[in-house]
Design a protein around this ligand. Sequence first.
Ligand code: NOJ
Ligand code: CA
Length: 566
Amino acid sequence: MINDLWYKNAIVYCLSVGTYMDANGDGIGDFTGLMRRLDYLHGLGITAIWLMPFQVSPQRDDGYDVADYYGVDPRYGTLGDFVEFTHAAEQRGIRVLIDLVINHTSNEHQWFKEARKDPNSKYRDWYIWSKKKPSSANEGMVFPGVQKSTWSYDDEAKAWYFHRFYEFQPDLNTSNPEVQAEILKIMGFWIQLGVSGFRMDAVPFIIATKGPDVRKPEEQYDMLRMFREFLQWRQGDAIVLAEANVLPDTDLEYFGDDGDRMHMMFNFQVNQNLFYALASADTRPLVKALKATKPRPATAQWGLFLRNHDELDLGRLTEEERQTVFAAFGPTKDMQLYDRGIRRRLAPMLDGDQRRLELAYSLLFTLPGTPVIRYGDEIGMGDDLSLPERNCARTPMQWSNEPQGGFTKSEKPRLPVISGGPYGYEHINAAIQRRHPESLLNWTERIIRMRKEVPEVGWGDFTVIPTRDPAVLVMRYDWRNNWVLFVHNLDAKPREVTFSVGLDGDNAGYGKLLINLLAEDHSRADDNGKHRLVIEAYGYRWYRVGGLDYLLRRTEVDEPLHPKRG
Ligand code: NOJ
Ligand code: CA
């Protein structure tokens, strides 16, 4: 098999234009500013950018309330600036993914304005209405505690409309073929302007049946195939990365049994269990999540992440597990959100301890999938809990110790730059960290570089190797006659583990030698073929199995990859 599925081994960096770099000094980041930082991103080694929504929007949900899908919000620049940006990214070999927010629009979108004004408008049926208040109006809120209902009365329409999210985000009637055609048109438009795909927002809600009489929404999975077919007919290497926080037994419905639906999905299951593992030093539920999410078509890929722009959603853990994570990483009420999650950034959760940050990132880069990192996490940025809801973790990028962290010349950025305290821009910033070889920024650059040299993680098949110690995770990847092996100690204490690499037959001999890719301490097996390692608190090891002649040994064909369900 010749591999040209770029997303299987990409390094994705997510950012929002408005908080990255403000070139014109109005306090809001813009495309011109972002373009000036492309060399920074190129140097970091990332291969794709996921841009949060930048289309015209009243910005009541940070752009996830779109008022015009075909335009750039003037605060961020023009369509011309956008095309300059995608061109400049392409020149550096960086792909651009953008958010596609089509479960709902802003209530200021022209479609909604016409729909509410005129019952005979063609747009009326683009939304979901009810003459009477539906009995389910107080059920199914995504933002409990902030959002009061899922149906609101509109005075102008004299009817109730459905909104899965905030009341200013009326749901589109995504079962309506005209709405579907418009969604494809939106994708076609941005593809033409140079993007390589979409992070599709709220996928389970897009494909759900909606309406006043719908008691139990049903997913219409085949809609996903329609999105994918359109994309690939237009541009063969374009992808969809789905935001779908779903249970593992429906994963294949999203990927499609034959890999004919979503190319990628975020692995929420692994994300939540990974935080539990970091909180408890018990990797057993994480291993379970890895195994439960293992079956997938060969062309599909997981998007792995630690933190994103939303709260860390712990809704899929058991009550006891969730309380363990809260106690470790978000003990006070102001750190928690929507009764299910933690709204902090990664660095403060881990006490700014670089050993723990490296451990977390080392796991992110070596678990099965494509890593998605969040802007600012490469320098260990903090949060501002005085800001409402999820805004606390959306503050401007900290570039230097100059005023406003070098983000803007304005004295009043739209969201304040974090200043003072342990995470203030005065000492947490990119400029200082690039001067220190051991800084998190330089570590991240080096680990990305190494991650690119272990394509086994993205392409290969994994095995969890038993160690009898739940605090230590040992994983091996196999691909094209090569093997890599990773060891992570999630405990605050050093551990000693014994394991065998587990290769059989002709390959067994290779398992006797583990070459450390990041330091000098290699490991040789004892006479029984066992490796014995002492691994320091929060330690991690990246090994090549059998020696560094791996490229000379690589074969041209794949072993059968990822067995399917059943
Ligand atoms: C998921 C996004 O990640 C979140 O930020 C947003 O509020 C909702 N979808 C609604 O679009
Ligand atoms: Ca600006």
